[in-house]
Design a protein around this ligand. Structure first.
Ligand SMILES: [Ca+2]
Ligand SMILES: [Ca+2]
Ligand SMILES: [Ca+2]
Length: 196
């Protein structure tokens, strides 16, 4: 019985290691609906232009069913830089994940530059594109706060839509190897016990 519990505990450990708890997560659902929003929960700030918080209930809810989300080009014909920071640990690799949709107002394509640590990548979404999950990987070179940001390159007040931003540690291959090794050992022990 004790052995069985041990195996279950080991299996749970594997599951939790494979899905590290996020160090940052925000779905914007608790933010105040506003054009040219400035008051964000979760540490966000805006520079060099504006963004809007739109969505449910009925405030420019362009893609219903996603609560609230950010229109990355506000209402001043000058998209702002939406930025934030998170405490990371040196040497650990993290994945920034986010959902990005087109402007959904027939306003052509939107190009968004996403920054995470010293890296950045440009994502392009067509006007009618729905939310899709994208990600960016960064290995922290020091322990402390690291910035991440979203900058729509548009100036037409109809930006790409952003939702569900999360950052979580990526399990290292050695961790998987150790866990698999541990499980194999448990298998051997279990067989020996059955034979004995
Ligand atoms: Ca949301
Ligand atoms: Ca807008
Ligand atoms: Ca645009």
């Amino acid at each position: 019985m004790v052995f069985k519990k041990f195996v279950i505990a080991a299996a749970l450990l594997c599951a939790s290691a494979a899905q590290a708890a996020p160090v940052f997560a925000d779905n914007f659902d608790t933010d105040t609906l506003a054009l040219n929003a400035t008051n964000f929960h979760g540490g966000w700030a805006v520079a060099g232009g504006t963004v809007d918080v739109i969505g449910a209930p009925g405030f420019y809810d362009l893609l219903p069913g996603n609560g609230r989300y950010v229109d990355l080009d506000g209402s001043t014909n000058r998209a702002g830089l939406l930025f934030n920071s998170v405490a990371l640990t040196s040497g650990v690799t993290y994945k920034l994940s986010f959902d990005l949709a087109g402007n959904n107002r027939n306003a052509g394509k939107d190009t968004v530059e996403v920054g995470f640590g010293s890296g950045s990548q440009v994502f392009t979404r067509s006007a009618s594109d729905g939310f899709q999950t994208f990600s960016l990987i960064y290995t922290a070179t020091s322990t402390g706060l690291v910035g991440f940001s979203f900058a729509d390159q548009g100036r037409d007040s109809q930006g790409a839509l952003l939702d569900n931003v999360t950052i979580a540690a990526v399990p290292e291959p050695e961790t998987y190897g150790m866990l698999l090794g541990g499980l194999a050992l448990l298998g051997v022990v279990a067989r020996r016990r059955r034979q004995g």
